[in-house]
Design a protein around this ligand. Structure first.
Ligand SMILES: [Zn+2]
Length: 278
């Protein structure tokens, strides 16, 4: 028999265990009250694996794209597949994909919500100008994937991973020229004239083959796929949110505060966005 409102702990995998622990300090009501809880009606003992599977599917319902160890990998898995398909099509029609990392200036003391706001505003200004540039070079579509890391030295560091389609008839020098202009436009949009940010903080590289594209795409989404880590108080740079969660569960204290800040700042934001057509 399973008790009302709980899955038996013996059956829980690491992701479910993390989600159960997270319940104690999450501010996401959906995740705390509903996700992972067995619904009251029609509750039966678990007769078979098929039944257990069914209950699992029915009960992981918060669908958070940021902070649920169970739902986030599913939600982002679907997005990753869409981005992967898009890229494969680009290579199928003879084009290539460029991968960019775009950042905004911040200090280690800036709140995540403040830096995220700056990132969103920069992106809005950037998109307005980028359209013209894309038309000039015949660039039709791109994807934006937002990623957040935290470090003791640098604080919160939200940044954008971008994939841009370079059309088939675009020469190598033209591609570089376009990307240089693209990145300059971003830096201008960030209004970073008085900050210690240079063009060099932004990076781009052209992915020459479909294989390199697939590796890059998987890599960008890797941070969103929860893989339990052995918590250690020593680690301190470029931490993924999931590492912070594991630290919070193991050590509490500042790690819980950091996780809460992450969860609250990210609520209602889009992690993956497409521009242009398929
Ligand atoms: Zn969930």
């Amino acid at each position: 028999m399973i008790s009302k409102g709980n899955l038996p702990t013996g059956r829980l995998g690491p992701r479910q265990q993390a989600r159960e622990a997270l319940r104690a300090f999450t501010s996401n009501r959906q995740l705390r009250n509903h996700c992972g809880r067995v619904p009251h009606s029609g509750l039966r003992p678990l007769y078979s694996n098929a039944k257990a599977e069914y209950i699992k599917r029915k009960t992981f319902t918060c669908k958070s794209a940021h902070s649920c160890p169970c739902c986030t990998p599913r939600v982002l898995g679907v997005k990753r597949d869409a981005v992967m398909t898009w890229g494969n099509r680009v290579y199928g029609r003879g084009g290539t994909v460029a991968a960019l990392v775009l950042t905004v200036p911040h200090t280690r003391y800036d709140l995540l919500s403040a830096t995220l706001k700056r990132l969103t505003e920069t992106n809005a200004r950037f998109r307005r100008k980028a359209k013209k540039l894309e038309l000039k070079y015949g660039v039709k579509s791109s994807w934006k994937v937002v990623e957040e890391t935290w470090g003791r030295k640098g604080g919160w560091h939200p940044h954008i991973n971008m994939f841009v389609e370079l059309p088939r008839d675009m020469s190598a020098p033209a591609s570089r020229e376009f990307l240089e202009e693209f990145v300059t436009l971003w830096t201008e949009s960030s209004g970073a004239t008085d900050h210690a940010i240079s063009r060099n903080a932004q990076t781009f590289r052209i992915l020459p083959s479909k294989e390199s594209w697939m590796v890059a795409c998987k890599y960008v989404f890797k941070h969103a796929m929860y893989s339990p880590q052995k918590p250690t108080i020593e680690i301190d740079e470029h931490l993924k949110p999931w590492t912070i969660l594991d630290q919070a569960i193991a050590f509490g204290g500042m790690w819980i505060a950091l996780w809460r800040e992450y969860e609250e700042a990210l609520q209602g934001t889009h992690r993956v966005t497409m521009y242009g057509g398929r």
